[in-house]
Design a protein around this ligand. Sequence first.
Ligand SMILES: Cc1cc2nc3c(=O)[nH]c(=O)nc-3n(C[C@H](O)[C@H](O)[C@H](O)COP(=O)(O)OP(=O)(O)OC[C@H]3O[C@@H](n4cnc5c(N)ncnc54)[C@H](O)[C@@H]3O)c2cc1C
Length: 399
Amino acid sequence: MEDEARPIVSLDLARLDRVLEIDEASRIARVQAGVFGPALEAQLGARGWTLGHFPDSFSHSTLGGWIATRSSGMQSDKYGDVADLTRGLRAVTPGGILAIRPVPSTSTGPSVREMMLGSEGRLGVITEATVHVHRRPEQRLILGYLLPTWAVSLEVMRAIAASEATPSVTRVSDAPETAFSFATRKTPTPVDRLKSRALQALLRRRGIDPAQIVPGLHRLRGHPAARRRPAAPGRGDRQAARRARHRPQPRRALRPEEVRHALHRDFLLDRGALADVAETSAPWSALPALYDGAMSATRDAFAGLGVHGYVMCHLSHSYHAGACLYFTFAFRAAGVRDELAAYRTVKSAVQQSFLDAGATLSHHHAVGTEHAPGSSRTSRRRAWRWSGRSWRASIPART
Ligand SMILES: Cc1cc2nc3c(=O)[nH]c(=O)nc-3n(C[C@H](O)[C@H](O)[C@H](O)COP(=O)(O)OP(=O)(O)OC[C@H]3O[C@@H](n4cnc5c(N)ncnc54)[C@H](O)[C@@H]3O)c2cc1C
């Protein structure tokens, strides 16, 4: 913040860390906003409940931060993102305390709740929120599929979203990310290597190129009677289902504590590689072109800088109308004079490709100072000024 002339106030909300009450009949809980993910889940879990919100940054981020950045968790396909989960909130604004009632739904004008979601601290400090909670599931089941190409996998994900299955996670990695996962597998044993070679040979015999395959993942959580399972990828879309090779496998579930890959960036930085992620969302029909555009923009940026780089992608969240594509890139900055400028070149190339494809600048990493220039291109400044005035006029009675 060397170039910041304005005064900076830093607030520590860490002591606002308690679940205040659970209204079991309404399945909502009133929670203080400074609570970190693990402490929140421990308090809810002790009474058999879960919020169901597990961003990769779960252990290092707070309920107030999730609301202020419109966060999405790994299981948002089932539970909804934080905007869906947050019913009411309390915030300290420059004009007084704002209390938004935790009603299930309302028709009284523009939503002040929506204005606070994603406000990134600019409208006030969120001190408390009333959020949906869910009974902890009795069973978890992971189903894995191998799909022949990225194009087929997008069709399969779309068909699952259109089906009546309710997985908590639906995720598919492209071929470069699949190769990366295999290459960075923890200490494979000789038996693991043999199994991997045998699987690749089997795939080739069936006419599938292992360099093209993409693994799909569906995690089902819930009570045995209520759980619906996608009988095959692409149910409801016969064409996709026919082309998909699938092999359901019950497996142990991931736990939030196992989400360690969020720390990979620091590991790579320590070794001279610049890495970051960029995530976006677009309608199903726009995803193939969005993917192609982002991959070539990133590779062109690497070529322009004369660096060796890697880019990979997964589809992380599915919706009625579309999905989130999550790109990860890294490059060796050897020989680059200005590393930060090189990083910005690659990052803005990816983000420009999102804007060119009509997609959003960020699906869940919010705006922040880095995305700010791009965000003014997605929504016109004059519209923002107008909505700011409307927001002030629509603020309900303060308590
Ligand atoms: C490695 C990594 C992985 C990530 N993975 C995900 C992911 O899977 N999903 C996802 O959604 N995001 C992810 N993020 C982004 C980030 O962690 C989330 O957006 C998170 O919601 C931020 O919460 P925080 O408590 O850390 O807030 P901070 O980073 O401390 O603050 C973020 C912004 O919110 C404001 N803010 C924070 N608390 C409050 C409050 N109580 N009232 C008002 N304003 C407030 C701050 O002023 C700031 O502008 C990731 C980030 C990293 C570094």
